[in-house]
Design a binder for this molecule. Structure first.
Ligand code: NAD
Length: 695
């Protein structure tokens, strides 16, 4: 008898219970156990109907992902579900918790579905670059129609019990004790002489081919580059055009294509990596965490306001501090405006707006920060100002308060030394817009305590961010790598490419925009001010002037002035090539005596991405990032690296580090530029025939 699936006849109903904590994942033992229990139930004369239910906190929440990539072991889930569906007794699924993926597909193999009111069901396979491959794409359209099935399968979103009942997936929603309610329901079915009703026998409403091509069109922009959503559409279309068995076969073909695709491998990598970044090697899971009940934020500018919203959204009160009342008023007004804009789009209610705003209060006095549990500083990017702020915080804040800085470039250790409690100081580097971007680089200083790190990593999750722990260096992980890529982008243009060509290559790779459009979005003036600062403070090491400086001095700041590297029509963010920029580039090339040449797309991609890989490897050598997957997640959530490429380090492994290294060496030979000096770690891995994934 299986130890993860049991069978027992209760009151004339044969109950199959899946008990495989924590989430009843559908691993091999569970699949085999279900069939064993099914046979018992069918042979049990005292059972007039059968019921399948999850033990513990949920109905099966999906496949056992650990089995991905291993040789499949019989029985496969599609066969298990086909057998359930062929049972000669009425079969009722009793659902609580989250019946996701294969879990939901099991319920579709049953005749009737009962769900607890708190239950959720869904087919999230698309998020792993897959499609529901155990009959889900064939059965769901038969139950609720192709259009509703497309929404559920292509979005992958979980649905609530009430919604599922309305759609016709769930027959009966219950509250209280699921098992006794579902038993009563099954007994009633028996008493009523209810018939078996396998979903496979239902007719599916015919839809014209246009429905599917229109659907593909409607998601074309949002899902650009992804394979799985479009395969999902093809599979649902097959359900409307083929008989059930042929449809299942088509589903299997499409599923197998996805399973073997580099995209799904990348998306599965990202899925695991996102969970892994939360675990910090060397910091025990049970490390004590400090309670964060109230947060102080210093500076109500672009970042301070956005940062505040994250905490308000999570129900954590925020006290915002500024130097002047006008700045406070302006900051608070922007926060309100942002909330109201979201409410206008129907994404939150006006009550929620007021609830968030009620959690916000303001002050001009540092003394009012005496009792907060965490302070996040978001004042001007200036070491002197930051040191003053931290010196003051050290004086006023209670013992045990965490003191965080949102600096993008300054040395967190130097800031920490302005206090007498460096162990309580950490970087929390939010990305702009801070209320939207999911990435949070948490910067560990040399003295930051484990307790502070554990608290901040945990808090990141609480406020809906993906927190990645990084070390102190200029630009941390994300911007340090970005600088290298941007500098290649400029160099490619200097040599003969156009900004539009460079941008198109990276856009086609899957980035939401290219390097130059990104600059225009962030504002060319930001980098200009940093460069000018360096030219003043450290002229010997400051970057040489180039055509970007000329653009800024001609008041071309980017989108905000409707002119930057590209031109922008009013109210339109679409970049258009600019004659002014072309002339500045031409002038620069002439001044520098550059003989331009035709630059190919392959070279653009290789130079922009390989330089990132080399810098990523150096970051690993220096211990600034703990693992390659930390770099991947930073780039996916902070810079729009396409999920289906898996992040720069994963992507490099797919290319093969020997190939990447050979090109890097070639670029180094050609340019002698330090950025192309091969990272010893990269060389070592490539020489050993390994990848970053082997670290
Ligand atoms: P900002 O100029 O929009 O806002 C800074 C605010 O701080 C201003 O409102 C100013 O009045 C206030 N301020 C300055 N000194 C103060 C003091 N001593 N006490 C109280 N308030 C003070 O700047 P920002 O873009 O929000 O940047 C803030 C910080 O965040 C900087 O360290 C910056 O490097 C970092 N950062 C910015 C971005 C971005 O994209 N803007 C992204 C990540 C991190």
């Amino acid at each position: 008898m299986s130890d993860v699936v049991s069978y027992q006849c209760e009151d004339g109903i044969g109950v199959i219970t899946i008990d495989n904590p924590p989430v009843n994942a559908l691993g091999h033992a569970v699949r085999a156990g279900i069939l064993e229990a099914l046979d018992q139930g069918m042979a049990d004369d005292s059972a007039q109907a059968l019921m399948i239910i999850g033990g513990g906190r949920t109905f099966p929440a999906g496949a056992d992902i650990r089995e991905f990539g291993q040789t499949p072991k019989e029985p496969a889930l599609p066969d298990v579900i086909n057998r359930l569906e062929a049972s000669d007794k009425i079969l009722v699924a009793a659902v609580h918790g989250t019946a996701l993926g294969g879990g939901m597909e099991i319920t579709l193999g049953c005749d009737y579905r009962v769900a607890l009111d708190s239950a959720k069901m869904g087919l999230p396979e698309v998020n792993l670059g897959l499609l529901p491959g155990a009959g889900g794409t064939q059965r769901l359209p038969r139950l609720i129609g192709a259009r509703a099935a497309l929404d559920a399968i292509v979005s992958g979103k979980p649905m609530k019990a009430a919604q599922l009942e309305k759609m016709g997936v769930v027959d009966h929603v219950v509250s209280g004790d699921l098992k006794s309610e579902a038993l009563a329901y099954a007994k009633q079915l028996v008493a009523d002489g209810a018939a078996r009703r396998p979903v496979r026998d239902r007719d599916v409403e015919k839809e014209s081919a246009d429905v599917f091509s229109d659907y593909a069109q409607s998601i074309a922009r949002k899902k650009r580059g992804f394979l799985a959503p479009f395969h999902c559409i093809k599979a649902v279309q097959a359900a409307t055009e083929l008989d059930f068995d042929a449809g299942l076969k088509r589903e299997r073909e499409l599923f197998t294509e996805l399973l073997n695709s580099p995209q799904s491998a990348a998306q599965r990598h990202v899925f695991f990596a996102e969970r892994e970044v939360a675990k910090v090697p060397g910091i025990a899971k049970d490390t004590a965490k400090r309670e964060i009940k109230q947060v102080g934020i210093i500076g109500a500018g672009t970042m301070g306001g956005g940062i505040a919203m994250n905490f308000l959204n999570a129900g954590i009160p925020v006290r915002l501090l500024e130097m002047k009342q006008e700045a406070l008023d302006k900051g608070v007004a922007i926060i309100r405006k942002n909330y109201e804009a979201t409410a206008k789009k129907g994404r939150i209610s006006s009550e929620q707006v007021e609830k968030c705003m009620a959690l916000l209060d303001t002050t001009l006095s540092y003394d009012d920060l005496a009792e907060v549990d965490l302070v996040i500083e978001a004042v001007f990017e200036n070491m002197k100002v930051k040191k003053e702020v931290f010196g003051t915080l050290d004086r006023v804040c209670k013992k045990g308060a965490i003191l965080a800085t949102n600096t993008s470039t300054l040395d967190v250790d130097e800031i920490a030394r302005a206090t007498s409690r460096a162990e309580d100081v950490i970087g929390m580097h939010f990305f702009s817009p801070a209320n939207v971007m999911k990435l949070l680089e948490n910067v560990r200083g040399e003295a930051t305590s484990d307790e502070v790190i554990a608290t901040v990593m945990d808090l990141s999750k609480r406020i809906g961010k993906v927190g990645v722990l990084v070390g102190v260096c200029y630009g941390f992980v994300g911007n340090r790598i970005l600088h290298k890529r941007q500098s290649q982008a400029v160099s490619l243009v200097n040599q003969g490419a156009t900004p539009a060509q460079v941008d198109k290559v990276l856009y086609d790779f899957g980035f939401p925009m290219g390097p130059f459009a990104m600059w225009d979005l962030a504002g060319l003036d930001v980098g200009y001010r940093i460069r000018e600062g360096l030219r003043e403070s450290d002229p010997a090491n400051a970057p040489a002037r180039n055509w970007l400086d000329e653009l800024v001095e001609a008041d071309r700041y980017g989108q905000k002035t409707q002119a930057g590297v590209f031109d922008y029509a009013e109210g339109d963010r679409t970049p258009k090539p600019s004659d002014v920029t072309a002339a500045e580039i031409e002038k620069y090339r002439a001044e520098q005596g550059i003989d331009t040449r035709e630059v190919g797309d392959t070279e653009i991609l290789e130079r922009c991405l390989y330089v990132m890989v080399n810098e990523g490897a150096r970051i690993l050598e220096e211990g600034i990032a703990m693992r390659p997957l930390d770099i991947d997640i930073v780039w996916i959530y902070g810079y729009g690296f396409p999920v289906y490429q898996g992040g720069p380090m994963f992507w490099a492994d797919q290319i093969g580090l020997d190939k990447v290294l050979a090109k890097i060496k070639q670029f180094y030979d050609e340019t002698g530029h330090d950025d192309w000096k091969p990272s010893p770690l990269l060389e070592k891995l490539a020489n050993e025939g390994k990848g970053f994934g082997d670290l």
